[in-house]
Structures are given as C-alpha cells and as structure tokens.
Design a protein around this ligand. Structure first.
Ligand SMILES: Cc1cc2nc3c(=O)[nH]c(=O)nc-3n(C[C@H](O)[C@H](O)[C@H](O)COP(=O)(O)OP(=O)(O)OC[C@H]3O[C@@H](n4cnc5c(N)ncnc54)[C@H](O)[C@@H]3O)c2cc1C
Ligand code: SF4
Ligand code: SF4
Length: 416
C-alpha cells in the first residue's frame, strides 16, 4: 500500500539548507545563527584547524578520507540497546554521560522516523527515547536554543556533520555558548533527504512502504530495508529503481556536503568501516579528540574491541563507478531512461563485489571517495560560483587524484 506523498517529481532547484535547526529557534536572532550555517561558512577548513591545530594532511590516504583521529577501531556492544540503530553505542554513551554527571542534558531527536523533533533530554528515559535512526533531515539544533534558555551549561550533542559544523562555528563566533561545556558524538551521514522525498523513495522501493522504519546501504552492496514487522528486504544497490536515483531526490544540501565522517565531532560512531555483521551489531568508531576519549571511556567496559581491518583496493572500484555516478548530474534525463539491472545479475554483482571488492575500511574509503566526487561534480555543475567557498581543500586534492577538476584532465574524464 502506497503512503501519502505529494512528491511526483523531486526538484533540484531548492536553496541549500539541511534543516539543521540552528536558525529555527528563538533564543538569539536568526541572523546570528545564519552566520554559522555551514552553507555560508563552507565545510572544514578553518574549523578543522581550530579544533586540531592543523588541517588534515591530504597526502595521508587515511586522513584524506577519514579526517584527523587519535584512534579508530571496531566495537561490539555486549548488551545491545533494544530498538537502537545498530548496537546502541551512541545511546549508551549518552546515558553514561548523563548518569556520571559529565553532562546535564543531551541534544537528541524524538518524534517519529519521518517526523523527527529536536529534543533536550535530561533524564535517562528521555535519552533512551531518542535511539534509532530518523532517516531524514532533522532539526536537532532547535534544542540548542532550549538548552541555552534553560541554563544548561554541560551538554552532549548527538548530530550529523551539518549540525556539528554549525554548532562549532556558533560557539566560536558568538558569546552565547562561551561558558557551555560541549561534548559531541557524531554520526556519519550522507544522501539524506526531506521527509516528503523519503516517502516518495519508500513508495518506489518496497511493496510495503507503510511499515518501513529505516534503510541502510550496507557493506554487502545491498540496501537493507527494515520494517516494523516482518523480514528485512534486501535490494542489490545496482537494481535500485531509477526513480530513486534521479536528481532532486536527495536534498541539495546533502549533494553539497563534504564531511561524510563528521570530522569535527569528538567521536564518530558508524558502521560501514567495520566488516559486515548480519546482526547489525559491529560498529566502527573514530575517536578524534581528548573529549572523545573521555566519552569512549564511559562505555569501554561494555564493548569488545577489535582492530579495524581493510581488504582490497578502493581506488579501482571508485574509478569504475565514476561514469555511472556522474550521469544523473551531467545528463539528468538519462536516469529516467536507464533500466535497473535485472535482479539475478544484481545478486551476482553483489557476490562478486563481496569476494573481490573493497572490504572494511577500504569499503568506507570507496563510499567516501565516490560521494565526494559526486558532490564535487554536483556543485561544479549546478552552482560553480560556490565551488571555492563550499568545497574544502582536501576534496580538491581528492578529485584531482582521479584526474577530475583540472582544466587539462585527460579524456574521457575531461567531459566531467
Ligand atoms: C541519514 C543517515 C545516514 C547515515 N549513513 C551512514 C553511513 O553511510 N555509514 C555509517 O557508518 N553510518 C551511517 N549513519 C549512522 C548509523 O546509521 C548509526 O546512526 C550510527 O552507527 C549509530 O548507531 P547506534 O546504534 O550507536 O545509534 P543509536 O544508539 O540508535 O542512536 C542514534 C542517535 O542518532 C541520532 N539520530 C538519528 N537520526 C538522526 C538524524 N537524521 N540526524 C541527526 N541525528 C540523528 C538519534 O537522535 C540518536 O541519538 C547514518 C545515519 C543517518 C541518520
Ligand atoms: S542549514 Fe541550518 S542554519 Fe543553515 S539555513 Fe538551514 S536550518 Fe538554518
Ligand atoms: S548529508 Fe550532510 S548536509 Fe545532509 S544531513 Fe547529512 S550531514 Fe547534513
């Protein structure tokens, strides 16, 4: 049964805004928030320098892709949090931060998966209520206004990169949060979209859109679609219907996002750099700062740690994916004409990729590079005047390493 969705044809001429929520509250003037909007300040650059004392080294392949870290490893929680997205490491960190008095409030999300509401949690019950992904744009930073108005000065913020950029900038630019001690847990984030567009995707991707709670692009090259009841659907990435890949489905902000791994968080908690775990419990952690170490220490005894691993070489897979990734940007109409790969062939491709393709951190590197290239091309072709303001230096270096972005790029990539 289809769910109500007004979207028949997604648009791609909307202004850049990821609905982060910073300019939606009323504790301080909107114009002060807008000064810190990441779509005004640009990604990384000075922010990275302010936090780490330097920018990432583009000559170091791991820093280029994953940002500056103190340590990276895989972790499996011994007692998973029921209803969490993965094992619930984020929820456990937040609960422990509150219980130990490290913080007095947690910025998280309540509401439903398609209608998330920013929430300032001040009790364990309220933190627990925030678990699980809301697979759409979410206005988390509205609750920053609530926290400040309530006089909460020790805060844990859980957010995507656009939340974290705006928050870091706002704290350094204005006086409001000068005496607020902020710890940040970041989620990796990409390809996010407006709730209305997500309904459109649900309707095109499943025969039971009404019961979908979330979907993830997994390390087995399939999109896993979780339902509130019944089995998880799995669609080979190569077999996705063209309707969900056409320009305008993903938000323009997310097509102009250059910090997939939340490089300004104190700790990033994801999954896709860890080996594929069928039970969705193995997570990949990137500890970035001293505060991040303190946050991880809160749950160190609750998890089994293993070293991160990588197999294969991401770079040839990225090169092979560039033409298909670039097509919707260079020739939007071509997507409509494209037929999805037959299911059997798609399954075969998944099998081949899972044997021969990049694994562990190489899979993460593959996904980070190809999204960076896609987004670079999106900005270059849709808003070339923003290319220097939005795109950080290391992304220019990254696209150059693939022969893109240079005036004298060799054929056939010259056309990109
Ligand atoms: C749109 C989206 C895309 C993602 N893409 C990737 C990816 O490609 N690779 C990867 O490794 N990880 C990705 N993640 C993160 C991953 O799915 C898990 O959220 C993360 O690993 C934490 O799992 P957990 O069980 O510890 O979280 P939980 O303990 O369940 O806690 C999740 C926390 O995240 C917050 N949250 C949920 N949805 C959002 C949202 N839309 N915006 C801001 N905060 C939110 C919740 O409020 C909650 O506090 C993505 C998340 C989202 C929302
Ligand atoms: S991204 Fe955030 S700060 Fe920028 S305009 Fe949108 S809601 Fe406001
Ligand atoms: S993809 Fe980037 S801009 Fe979009 S919601 Fe995620 S962090 Fe924000």
């Amino acid at each position: 049964m289809k769910i109500p969705s007004k979207i028949a044809n997604p648009r791609y001429d909307e202004p850049l805004c990821s609905r982060c929520g910073l300019c939606m509250g009323n504790a301080w003037p909107e114009k002060e928030s807008l000064q810190s909007c990441v779509f005004n300040t640009g990604w990384l650059g000075m922010h990275e320098e302010r936090l780490f004392g330097r920018r990432r080294d583009p000559a170091d392949p791991n820093e280029l892709a994953f940002g500056i870290t103190r340590s990276r490893f895989n972790a499996r929680i011994k007692q998973p949090v029921e209803g969490a997205q993965w094992g619930g490491i984020i929820t456990r960190i937040a609960l422990r931060a509150l219980e130990t008095g490290l913080v007095d409030g947690v910025l998280t999300l309540h509401g439903t998966h398609l209608n998330p509401k920013a929430f300032l949690a001040t009790s364990p019950f309220e933190v627990l209520e925030g678990r699980g992904n809301k697979p759409v744009l979410a206005p988390t930073l509205v609750a920053l206004h609530t926290a400040w108005s309530k006089g909460i000065r020790k805060l844990l913020v859980i957010g995507a990169s656009c939340h974290v950029h705006a928050l870091r900038d706002f704290q350094s630019r204005h006086l409001y949060l000068r005496d607020t001690e902020i710890h940040i847990v970041g989620i990796p984030c990409t390809d996010n979209l407006e709730p209305a567009n997500m309904r459109y995707v649900f309707n095109h991707i499943s025969r039971h859109p009404e019961s979908i709670v979330s979907l993830e692009f997994m390390q087995d090259y399939r999109v896993h679609i979780k339902h509130s009841s019944g089995p998880t659907e799995k669609i080979p990435y190569f077999c996705l219907p063209p309707a969900v890949l056409k320009p305008g489905v993903f938000s323009n902000s997310c097509m102009s996002c250059f910090d997939y791994l939340n490089s300004l968080a104190d700790i990033t908690v994801g999954y896709f750099g860890a080996p594929f775990s069928k039970d969705w419990k193995l997570q990949w952690l990137l500890v970035r700062t001293e505060k991040g170490e303190k946050l991880f220490d809160l749950i160190r005894n609750e998890v089994d740690i293993s070293p991160e691993m990588g197999r294969g070489d991401a770079i040839p897979s990225v090169r092979a994916s560039i033409p298909m990734t670039a097509a919707p940007i260079l020739d939007p109409l071509s997507v409509e004409k494209r037929k999805p790969m037959p299911r059997l062939l798609g399954e075969l491709m998944c099998l081949v990729q899972s044997i021969k393709g990049p694994r562990g951190i190489e899979f993460a590197r593959y996904s980070i590079h190809i999204h960076a290239i896609r987004n670079y091309l999106f900005v270059k072709h849709r808003m070339p005047e923003r290319l220097n303001g939005l795109v950080p230096e290391h992304i220019h270096a990254l696209v150059k390493s693939y022969g893109l972005g240079m005036p004298d790029a060799p054929k056939p990539l010259e056309m990109l």
